[in-house]
Design a binder for this molecule. Sequence first.
Ligand code: UD1
Ligand code: CA
Length: 454
Amino acid sequence: MNTSIVILAAGQGKRMNSSRPKVLQPLAGRPLLAHVIECSKAVGASDICVVYGHGGDQVQAAFENEQVRWALQAEQKGTGHAVLQAMPGTPDDNQVLMLFGDVPLLRPETILNLLNGCGASGVGVLTVDLEDPFGYGRIIRKDGAVVKNVEERDASDEQKLITEVNTGVMCCPANLLKGWLNQLGNDNSQGEYYLTDVLGMAVRDGISVQGVKADDQVEIMGINDKRQLAEAERALQLRLVNKLMDDGVTFADPARVDIRGELHCGKDVFIDVNVIFEGDVTLGDNVRIASNNVIRDSKIGSGTVVRANCHIEGATTGAGCIIGPYARLRPEAELADDVRIGNFVEVKKSSIADGSKVNHLSYIGDSTIGSGVNVGAGTITCNYDGANKHRTIIGDNAFIGSGVELVAPVEVGKGATIGAGSTISKPAPAGQLTLERSRQTTVAGWKSPVKKKK
Ligand code: UD1
Ligand code: CA
């Protein structure tokens, strides 16, 4: 069966109180619509069409690299009118699945349940039982069969007692759908063309409607305001963390971690509280992440410990490293195995080979540091001359004293020692001590200044 998925994303979302279109509000670091598109792809649709309208330029720009078809709904006249805009270009013999851009937690399994329940030529609606059905369309059944949907605002007091509601997810063969959408009227309390009226039309034309129930209330949650957005965020985080726990990851508190992207973990990883993962992060076996870390688009090698309060972005570490507390690894920081980066150390676009240590208060930028190197406290690479960046190269087993300035481009040879407080701007030969500082003198007869009398 070929499936076309139509995602409705033209609404403004007034209740968000935001200048950003609703479907671009972020959930786990990505727009709401991104979650729905991802789910659509997972279902294996041959054609995905997004109906856009409000904030259209912004929405299209946010998904310019996405292989989807776009249909403009210039004026928002209701969900039925929205689906109609997607019909040109939808093959007649496809099964059409309709999704909402503001229902981001839906899982592919649930959609497949509906599609399989209906077959290639059936009409179906995904429903759910809610303790508090307020605001949702109610599913009216007769002798167990779905006969129609009634919106909250159009429902009688008796109908409002019904707890089975419309999730908004429907499927229908394209040829039938096209016919019914053209017959929709807007004679209802909102003056809108309701997609849901299609259900009644199917029944009228003698086609039975499958009502397939979802068992998870969270999954069908529609996001209309910031409170629901926050609720959905926690629900999605819990889902992500549960999956990782099933894979063996230990969280100090699953409620106090945020994954905004993809987190891949090896065996026996431990993650303490208040850690934020962004983008694509990989943690090797036995990695320990202490509290208050932000880690983005990075790979942390097995057995490495990231102590508290670090900021790590676009970096790679080998095995057995110790990072932090209070360290900053910036893009293209590449650490080999057993490297130590201590407190208030910033590393950018630099490689540091096995067993080297930069433990206190340093800036290492545009550098290549060999193995077994010790960089003393307060040492910095002066990589920028005001116009261009230059490289610093430090050979294996060199010892850089404290408070050294390495003025790039500059090279320190293997096994060299640089005396503390030196400003090094010329090559320092291998295996020798290089110093650059004036001799210490004590000034005879010097007196401390005294405060002037007024
Ligand atoms: C809709 C359903 C209701 C269901 C509920 C579930 C209808 C008539 N009602 O109500 O039965 O219980 O969802 O969450 O379908 N949209 C457009 N163009 C429009 C109108 C809406 O693209 O002209 C989009 C919105 O951006 C949104 C989705 O359709 O993504 C749903 O619209 P919304 O106005 O939120 O419908 P509800 O009143 O929640
Ligand atoms: Ca809604």
